[in-house]
Write a new protein. Structure first.
Length: 212
């Protein structure tokens, strides 16, 4: 038994820092996905990564930091890609009916594809001390809001808006987010197909934007 432990320790010692980091990050991503934030333990992550908890804490310090590395960073990159792909047009082009529908449809697909990670952010704020305002740590989400508000402001051409663009872009986002993440809570089975729901959200967002 002791020789087995020594062999395992020797194997771990020979690993590079990059290998250990990658192992921990991959294992953490799997555990957070499988068990959620509250149900994941550092012991389970270390076991899956085949490293010691001491090594895990040496590289990341806490479960909260590891959560940030495995959840915040991927979502941050997704939002950055989204901004670059959809928010570089001029204001008039961006807020054409066709472009707005494309934008809201893509946003719905993005949230649907990443709903597990976004739910984990909510759970982290609920269960982990010190992670309140966690979504605010996603820098590219702030960039996304800033770009959207800037586009709306340009299109107003110095007219006074009914709703502050900084508020409106966040209301549009949360409308999509809630409709996708809490779909089963809000919409009874048979009320609307996926296509009807997507079209309804698109029309709702478009009407809100055009009200300004």
């Amino acid at each position: 038994m002791k020789s087995k432990k020594r062999a395992l320790a020797s194997k771990r010692k020979r690993r590079s820092a990059d290998d250990i980091l990658n192992r921990i990050v991959r294992a953490a991503a799997e555990e957070f996905k499988r068990c959620g934030y509250a149900g994941t333990t550092t012991a389970a992550i270390a076991s899956r990564a085949d490293v010691t908890e001491a090594q895990l804490f040496r590289y990341f310090g806490s479960k909260s930091n590891l959560f940030g590395e495995t959840v915040f960073k991927p979502i941050d990159q997704h939002f950055l890609n989204f901004v670059n792909a959809h928010m570089g047009a001029d204001a008039n082009t961006f807020y054409s009916k066709k472009m707005t529908r494309l934008y809201t449809s893509e946003l719905q697909h993005f949230i649907r594809d990443n709903s597990r990670m976004l739910t984990s952010l909510v759970v982290a704020q609920t269960y982990q001390v010190g992670t309140a305002h966690a979504v605010g740590k996603i820098d590219s989400l702030a960039t996304y809001f800033d770009h959207g508000a800037s586009m709306m402001t340009k299109r107003l051409n110095k007219k006074k808006p009914k709703i502050d663009p900084k508020l409106l872009v966040r209301l549009a986002f949360i409308s999509v987010l809630a409709s996708i993440m809490f779909k089963d809570w809000i919409f009874p089975a048979g009320l609307a197909s996926e296509e009807d729901l997507e079209a309804g959200i698109n029309d709702f967002i478009l009407a809100g934007i055009r009200a300004n």
